[in-house]
Every structure is written in C-alpha cells, then in structure tokens.
Write a protein that binds this ligand. Sequence first.
Ligand code: MIC
Ligand code: SF4
Length: 642
Amino acid sequence: MGYTLAQKIIKAHLVSGEMIPGTEIGLRIDQTLTQDATGTMAYLQFEAMNIDRVKTELSVAYIDHNTLQNGFENADDHRFIQSVAQKRGIRFSRPGNGICHQVHLERFGIPGKTLLGSDSHTPTGGGIGMLAMGAGGLDVAVAMGGGTYYIPMPKIVKVNLTGKLNDWVAAKDIILEVLRIMSVKGGVGKIVEYCGEGVKTLSVPERATITNMGAELGATTSIFPSDEITRAFLKAQGREDVFVELSADEDAVYDEEINIDLSSLVPLAAMPHMPDRVKAVDEIGQIKIDQVCIGSCTNSSLFDMLKVAAILKGKTVAPNVSLSIAPGSKQVLTMLSLNGALADMIAAGARILESACGPCIGMGQSPNSKGISLRTFNRNFEGRSGTADAGVFLVSPEVAAASAISGVLTNPQTLGKMPEIHMPASFLVNDNMVLMPDSPEEAPSREICYGPNIKSVPVGKALEETISSTAILKVGDNITTDHIMPAGAKILPYRSNVPHLSKFCFGVCDETFPERCLKAGSGIIIGGANYGQGSSREHAALVPLYLGIRAVVAKSFARMHKANLINSGILPLTFANADDYDKISQGDGLKLVNILDTVKHGTKAVLENTTTNETYELEADFSERARNILVHGGLLNYTASK
Ligand code: MIC
Ligand code: SF4
C-alpha cells in the first residue's frame, strides 16, 4: 500500500509513535518561524530553557503583527525579539520585510521539510509541499531547542481537483468552496491533501492561498505536491537548488475524498461572522459596502496585487468606499513600485499600507459603525476588525477590487475581459532586511533587551485530588481564540504582559468575566463544539490560567488550543454525552472528583453538579505525555521536574 504525500513527510520525520490516526506521534522539526505577537512569549519561554543556540536547520523571527507602535510596547518587544534572535542563532526579519507566511514562502520554505510556526497560518508553506503546522509559542520554543513536536496522527483527506477555473474565479473561491463543504470544524484532526489534474493549473501563490486558509477548516495542515510549477517558483526566487519533486503514491489510501470540478466554481464570499458561511456573490446580491481591505497572508502575493492593480487601473474608488491595500512583502511592494502597478493603485485612490498584517488583526482600518467591509483575509470573526457591529465578508482580490470601484458587492465576471497576469521569470531578490544571527563566538557578549512591559509567564500548579469550583462561564459552539483573548490595536501591545492582558479576556462575550474570576479565585468554563478554533495564540490559555481557570469542559476542542491548554496545565475535558452540556447553567457549583487519579490512569472523569446534584461522564483520554504534563500543572513544570 502506498503513502500519501503528507504521510511520506511524516514518515521521514517520525521520532515516536505509529502512523495510526488519532494516536500520538512525535515529529522532528526542520524549520521554525515566529511572529512578534506570539514571539515575545515564545522567546521568554525559550530563554527559560537555558539553551545557547537553536538546534533547527533554520529558525526565523518575523516582525509583522505589532507594527503600529502606538506607545513604546511594540518597539520594546521588537528589540527583545531581535536581541534573542541574534544571540540564539535565529534570523531576524525586520519590520517592513513583510508578513511571515508570505516571506517564508518566498525566501525560506523547502519542499518536504517540516515547519512549525507560532501562528495558525503556518500551513501556507504547504503551497510548496512543506509539512507546515501552527502551534503555541511554547511548542515552537521546544522545537527550536531541538525537541520533538507531538500531534495526534491526522487522517488524510484527498481533495481531488479537476478542470480549470473560469475567468474571474480565483484560488480563494476554491478554499471557500472547501470551507462550504467541510465547515470550520470539518478539518480537525485531518490533513488536507490536494491532488488531481486541476493542481497543474494553479500557481504557487494560488496554492498558498488555499493551504493558508486551510487553517479555517481546523485542519492540522494542508499540502500540495511539489512539481514543475513549484520548481519554476523556486527558480524565480533564485532557490532552484532546494527543489525536490514530491507527490503521493499512485496507490495511496485516503480516509476521505472530496471532488471539486474547478470549472463549476463561481465567485464566492464568506458572510459575517464565520469563514464557512459561504454563498455565491451573485446569490448575496449587490449589497452596499463601506470598506475594502486587500492583503493579509492569504492574498498579498505579487500575483494577487497585479490582478488588483489591473482592475483598478484608470478607475476611481467609489465615494462610499475606503480601500486599503497591504502588499505582503518588501519583495512584492518593490516589484509593484518598479513596474508601475503601485502607481495604478495609488491613482485609483487606494490607501497603501505597510507590508504587515494590519487590518487583518485589527491593527488599524476598523470599519465604521455597522460598516460592511469586504476583505481578502481569512477570518471574519465577530469584533476582530475592531468594530463590534461591523459585518466582514471574505472574498477574492478580484471581487474586492471590482467592488471597491462599484461601491457594491460585485461579481467581477461582469467586468468583461479578464486581465492576463503572468508570474515573473525572476523575482527581485534582496534579503537585506533579514539580519543574520551572531556567530557562536560573538553571541555570548550580546545582551538581551527586556523592556518594562515584559512581565513573567504565568505557571500552573500541580493537579490536586479533586477540583471544586463553579461554572464561571458558559459559551456556545465555535468559540474562537479571538473571543477568549481578543487582539487588535488596543490589546496586542500587551502580549508580553499577561496581568494587563487579562482585563480583556472574553470581553466580546462577557465583560465581567475577568473580575468575576479574580473574585471567585477559580473557575471551570463550559464550552460547545470546536472550542478554541482559530489562532495558535497560547495567550488564550495562559490568560485564563492567570485568572484561575482549572478546566474547560466542552463538546469538542480545536487542535492547537487543546494543546495550549494542556501545556498551561488547564484540563481540556469533553462531554461523553453532548446533551449534558444543556444541563449545566452558568454559576452552577462543579466538582471534578478524584481527578488526579483519573488523569494519571483513567479515561473517564466524573463531573458533579453540586447545584443540581447530577453527575456527568467526561472523556479524559490523554496520551501518556499529556497526562504527565497535566499532573505537573503544565509543560514548564513537567520539563523542570525531569
Ligand atoms: C491571527 O490571525 O489570529 C493571528 C494574530 O495571526 C494569530 C496569532 C496571534 O494571535 O498572535 C494566529 O493566527 O495564530
Ligand atoms: Fe497576520 Fe492576518 Fe495572517 Fe494572522 S491571518 S498572520 S494576523 S495576516
């Protein structure tokens, strides 16, 4: 029996376990990346490990999220990350060089390698055949130190692409269609592998748009084969030497299969407030819009930008629309400025932003009250844009640009002939914004710069016999890490200051949550299905830990958040019978009886509701490693105990 492409890469990097879906496997990690919003915490944890130099083949620290510098905090974090990077053997991508995933794809990604990033959209690297995964900062810190990365062995889903996209239909529409089919929880515990004749019709940037937004499926990662198109892309980046051809075996066996005929797709949009609320643009109709934002790690490649510039050329942005464009990297922005496309954008009235995440993470460009914003991004969760009552639609660059001109949601197929965009034979390569680390001889004398906003990392406590607490908060399905620990311009500067950050925890759902937790001293959260979907931010676990949360009892969890809870020493427990969720009310007294014993040896926990006198059965089936971590009250304690 042959292997799928993902299985081949896993097999080549397997440190422990067997490739049996659902069982724990350990993987060797070749490359890591961090960004600044999660990086400060990751490097604080790396520093706590007392390791002189990273042990990976390549580690890169990017500055792309917190670039507003509205106060000293961001700049202090940048200095801190730069000093650790230079001292510890990590390349440092300076602010202005671009969004981590776009730059990593252009300059560092290698087919067949494993990449672990402290950002959920790390799977972008699957666009060139990498096994690229997102994780919490602590897991990335461990990997930088040469440690193994553990995941449940995923099932493999084959997405068989046939046919060819019609004019004006984009790669974004392919991933929106996959989201429509699979939903935001459909990918949990799975890797999505793209195969079939249709793959050959897609360029690397198009493939990367698709693997990037596989994060919204909850998938462990997504991957495309590495073929002649990959070779051409790497060659144009001056990196043909790293090319290897990779694909699944003919007789590979998949756990699930989805077929998509590319020629049947039409321009799509994800409606507020979930990336899987997908409808055809024509079906939604010509709704009036207030804002268009083009960019983010999903759609900011040169290919995307050239399409946008061609649509905007000679036109003017509609009076009711504010259009912002953030090219994904310095390479993209420089090439746009040299070939005149940037001038076309500016002439049309676009507001050009720096090459960074920007509006995607609420760093500026919040829409007006009740505003309708079309964005080429990957997430439209409630409040993420910075305007609580705004409605964000996720669309392709083609739909975004066409709508910016007309002022209403527009199917670009109404624009007539589609401009022809060709990938350049060579990209403009200039890595002068990537600083090389100190040599091992220079490194010892480098001081690490800690700013006053950098506070210590909260650490869990060893698990006790029984946890007696209350249902401090009850939430519904698909709660995102943006609900748990919101981001945005006002909050992101405090990513290295958990006490301050805690004031905003669950603010979108219940502003009284932090205060109630501190008063109660401890709490258990009751969650629905797919609890913790979205980002890799471990702050969504560390902050609840700081506030005294001991366990989250939910119908199901998103992969990265579950791992972050375990790493922090918070118990992620699932209802054995999902209907029991309805029997618990916020404020009920709850008791996890003999929980220490259960976590050590058992698979089922008992939750007593001391208000209603009911008991519920919970699943507590953890790997041996997770049991040890939870018993010690988190990964840092467990590592110290060894
Ligand atoms: C996001 O898109 O939500 C982020 C900001 O990139 C996060 C990381 C973070 O919270 O810092 C992610 O996707 O992991
Ligand atoms: Fe940045 Fe947005 Fe991509 Fe997250 S999703 S890495 S915030 S561009």
